[in-house]
Design a protein around this ligand. Structure first.
Ligand SMILES: [Zn+2]
Length: 261
């Protein structure tokens, strides 16, 4: 009940403050998880969100282009670009989100946990109930392979979706390094992208960042979205969204961003 009230309150506040939102120029990397917690919602929800954002002056970039522009500090001063990423590798990324992305010709990044993809029933049940708190199924390997073939990016999100704020090098090496190896072995593709689970700065320590950067060209958070980078340029920041949010709420978060903070 309390959480429902808090959610409705947040939605109401966002409804009001987002009324006059205009997208700000820059490159915004959004990070979602699924179409909706409501399993019966139509795919049109995401389609309509993307259409409305386009109508309000947002343009879309493939994730690789977005990262390349940010890396080369080619930040547009007159255009608002959005790129998409999705974490945790839920099946509806394939069944519900992919068709909409393909409709708009957008290539996105999908960050997966190998042990969730390949785990037995008991592992997957625990993962859903105690780690990601949703009953959604993972994608299977065939679905991920199709995403690769279509030009989407498959990134790693650790083997088991753990917090990387621990001081155990062996565990960090396994969770980070093996997730890259799994993706490269199974899907015959380079894996240069890594998003650390939970995404806030306190969910990874310096050793975690160091190991992640040793294996991956690009490491992503889900914090500090008004700055392009955290950890002195070693981590690219993303902004949380979900596909079923009203488009105005998304517009509200497309704020001015800076390379120096
Ligand atoms: Zn996650």
């Amino acid at each position: 009940m309390y959480s429902w009230l808090r959610k409705s309150g947040r939605k109401l506040i966002l409804d009001i403050i987002s009324l006059s939102s205009e997208p700000k120029p820059g490159i915004h990397i959004l990070n979602g998880h699924f179409l909706s917690l409501d399993d019966h919602l139509s795919n049109n929800t995401f389609y309509n969100q993307l259409k409305s954002l386009l109508f309000h002056g947002v343009d879309y970039l493939n994730i690789e282009k977005a990262v390349e522009y940010i890396e080369n500090k080619r930040i547009p001063s007159d255009k608002c670009y959005v790129a998409f990423t999705f974490d945790d590798g839920f099946e509806e990324c394939f069944t519900k989100i992919r068709p909409v992305l393909n409709n708009f010709g957008i290539k996105a990044g999908f960050f997966i946990n190998p042990n969730f993809i390949d785990g037995n029933e008991e592992y997957q049940r625990n993962f859903k109930n105690n780690i990601v708190y949703t009953n959604k199924q993972p994608m299977n390997r065939d679905q991920i392979m199709i995403l690769v073939e279509e030009g989407h990016v498959i990134g790693a999100h650790t083997m088991d979706h753990i917090k990387l704020d621990i001081d155990n090098r062996d565990i960090l090496e396994y969770q980070i390094g093996e997730s890259k190896k799994y993706i490269e072995d199974k899907f015959k593709t380079n894996c240069d992208y890594f998003a650390f689970p939970y995404g806030r700065i306190e969910h990874i320590n310096d050793m975690g960042v160091e190991i992640a950067r040793k294996y991956f060209k690009y490491v992503f958070s889900q914090s500090n979205y008004k700055c392009y980078y955290s950890f002195e340029g070693k981590v690219i920041n993303r902004r949380h969204f979900e596909c079923d949010w009203p488009y105005r709420h998304v517009l509200y978060f497309l704020k001015e961003k800076t390379l120096t903070c």
